[in-house]
Each structure stands twice: as C-alpha cells, then as structure tokens.
Design a protein around this ligand. Structure first.
Ligand code: UD1
Length: 377
C-alpha cells in the first residue's frame, strides 16, 4: 500500500483535490491521506467547498492561517515537517501554485519523499507574482509533473526537466466542473439574487478580483473600479468579494464609490455550486483569477482577464479568454464589444474531458518507488 499525502491549503486547491481523492479511494494500491494546511480557514473560503464537492474531512489540519509570505510558508513547513517525520508518507502530492504548494514540496523534497505536482509547468514569466515563484520552485523539486496543456510540457523541458518525469494528463479542475455543472445550473442563486427575467436568467456579468497587483495599490484598484462603473451601467455585475479586496476597498476609502454603483452586486465569497451556477449562466466574466480563465474556457463563456500576462495561454489561443491588463479603457471597451458581438467562441482544450484524475491515479498506482530515485538524481 502506498500512503499518499494530498495537500490542500487555499480555495483554488479544493476543486483540484476533490477528483484526485475520489479516484485514489478506488485504487486498492493507494491510501490517500488529506492534509489541510489551514492557509484558508473561513467557512466561506474553505468549509463550504468540502460540503459542495463532497470532499472527505481532512485527516489532518495544520491550522497555519494567514500571515506574510515568509510567516505563512515557514509555519506550514515547520508543521508539515513534523507530520512527515511522524507519518512517513510514500509520496506527497501538491496541486496548483499557492504557498501551501511550495511549503510542502520543499519539506518533502528534503526528507527524500517523492513530490508529485499536479498542474505543473504553467509560467506567466512574471516573478512579481508570488504564484510564479511557487510554481518555479515546486517544479524544480518535483519528481513527477502532471500537466494540463502542451505548452506546460514545453516550459518544463526548456527548464531542463527530463521528459520521463512529465505527464500530460489534462485538467483536474475541469473534472470537477464537468461533474458538477448540471447540479450547479439548478442552484437557486439566480432567484436569490433577483437575476431572473420572467423565469429565465437575466443577462448579467460576474467579477472576481483578488490579486495583490490589482487590489493592493489604490491607483490600480480605483482605475479598475472606474471601468466597472461603466460596465455595470450596461449590464448588472455580480461581485463575490475576496476578504483581501474588501479590506483594501475599505482602507482606501473606495467603499462609498462601490456602494453608489446601483447594478454592482457585492456579495460574500460564494460556495462552489452557487458560483459555478452563476458563471455558467453569465454573459461575460471579469477576473484576475487563474482558475476562472480555464473554467470560462471550458464553459464557453467570454472572459476578460484583468492582468498583463497569463500562465494559461491555452485559454487565449484556444479558449474564450482575452487579456486586457489594468487599462480602464480597454477593460470597458472589451466588455462592451462582448455585449455587442458575443465574444470569442473558443474550443475545449485537449484532454479537458473530466478524466484527468483517473489518468493521474492510474500512473501513480503502477509506480515503482525505485523509479523515483533514478528520476530524482
Ligand atoms: C491565495 C493564493 C492565491 C489564490 C488565492 C485564492 C498564495 C501566495 N496565494 O491568495 O494564489 O489565488 O489564495 O483565494 O498562496 N483571509 C481571510 N480568510 C481566509 C483566508 C484569508 O480573511 O480564510 C484574508 C486574510 O486577511 C489574509 C488574506 O485574506 O491575510 C490573504 O490570504 P492569503 O492566504 O495570504 O492569500 P490570498 O490572497 O487568499
């Protein structure tokens, strides 16, 4: 039996780990153990996802919580090292690019426990993004790298990762989306928000915004809000707000301005099913999230990404995504173009078919631990 520690910490990890836990529970060779670092801890940032996605309760919660990057990362490392020394897992599987991903990879690697990275090889080539640093370090240490798109394979090869460590398996987050989208469409979120027009969902947009580069600087945040002010005068916009963004809106004296926008609906963070229900019925999405660029591509919903770059170019080349940076005019005109013309049609990227977690589990369950040793050297 292979004991695999599956790590989750922050909100975008939960939908990625759900199908992996499910697939591993069916594999007789694997004992999956779910470890929550506690990076996200609020009910609306964490617990609701376990309920919506039927993820088993974490076997272990390190309860590390918030802090500066060093404080948070170090806190996870100290607690996770102790756990690994006591429990000696055969493998540590990490997903995505959050601080928990980085911290657990470093610890496992130094204890000579094989590291498996799901969603490897994505690169924005922008090291001002903390996630890019997390991705680079995690991939440099990982023994097995599972990718979501061919460009990720190429990035890894260019960085010198041997081809035999890289497996293009598709997108576990899309496994979760495809499994839940029908149920999500039946969520009563439209009724609760008054977004019905004679029984059918009205036209509306959805916005999410939380990246430090967009919300920590007053000037940038204020410019984005100015664009949103125009957009919401043409199309109601639903805005479930991340705690970091709410804090910054308040501290920068922008709350009154947001309140004055009559068709901007400010909400607490939503659970997975409510949010997917909203996005799947929307006319367009405005976001700086990584995952939402992929989810909108899978759903065929036009996405305006408020960033200068993306680590997910497949969503631009094949999907429905458009990068607009933080330019208020470009944000506004792109949204108005979509309202008039319908936006990019896009197609579904290769292997985003709902079976990525099965492929991952199939590779891991047949893994010979000796192979890790030879690959790591
Ligand atoms: C983290 C990830 C980011 C991901 C995002 C999704 C890193 C470096 N960043 O950013 O990649 O897109 O999660 O949300 O790992 N807070 C709460 N309740 C919580 C958690 C956080 O109120 O349950 C507040 C705290 O004030 C905290 C702040 O949000 O200081 C930021 O949380 P943190 O985990 O540091 O990073 P995120 O901005 O959420």
């Amino acid at each position: 039996m292979m004991k695999i520690f599956n790590i989750v910490g922050a909100r975008p990890n939960f939908m990625k780990i759900a199908p992996i836990m499910e697939a591993m529970q069916k594999a007789p060779e694997i004992t999956p153990v779910l470890v929550h670092t506690g990076q996200h801890y609020d009910e609306k940032m964490s617990k609701v996802f376990f309920e919506d996605l039927d993820i088993p309760r974490p076997d272990i919660n390190l309860e590390v919580g918030s802090g500066s990057h060093a404080v948070q990362t170090a806190g996870i490392m100290v607690a996770f090292e102790k756990l690994c020394v006591e429990e000696r897992p055969d493998m540590v599987l990490v997903v995505g690019d959050v601080n928990s991903t980085l911290a657990c990879s470093v610890v496992a690697s130094k204890l000579l426990i094989p590291v498996v990275h799901v969603e490897a090889g994505l690169r924005s080539r922008d090291r001002t993004m903390p996630e890019e640093v997390n991705r680079l370090v995690t991939d440099a240490l990982a023994d097995v790298l599972f990718t979501t798109s061919r460009d990720a394979d190429e990035n890894l090869k260019q960085e010198g990762v041997p081809a035999e460590k890289i497996f293009f398996v598709g997108n576990v987050m899309i496994d979760t989306l495809l499994k839940h989208v029908d149920k999500a469409r039946h969520s009563d979120i439209h009724r609760r928000l008054g977004l019905l027009n004679g029984g059918a969902p009205a036209r509306y947009g959805v916005m999410t915004l939380h990246r430090p580069s967009n919300v920590d600087d007053r000037e940038t945040l204020s410019g984005i809000l100015e664009a949103v002010e125009h957009i919401q005068s043409k199309l109601p916009v639903v805005f479930p707000i991340h705690p970091r963004t709410l804090k910054n809106i308040r501290e920068n004296g922008l709350e009154e301005r947001v309140r004055r926008m009559k068709s901007l609906m400010l909400l607490d963070p939503l659970g997975y099913l409510d949010f997917l229900g909203l996005v799947s019925g929307s006319t367009l999405v405005l976001t700086d999230s990584g995952g939402l660029q992929e989810e909108t591509t899978a759903l065929g919903i036009p996405c305006i990404t408020i960033r200068n770059n993306t680590e997910r170019p497949v969503t631009l080349d094949q999907g429905t995504n458009t990068l607009v940076g933080m330019d208020r005019d470009l944000i506004r005109t792109t949204a108005l173009d979509i309202l008039q013309g319908g936006g990019k049609a896009g197609r579904i990227p290769e292997l985003w078919d709902g079976k990525a977690a099965e492929r991952i589990t199939d590779i891991l369950r047949r893994w010979d631990p000796a192979a890790f040793k030879s690959l790591s050297n």
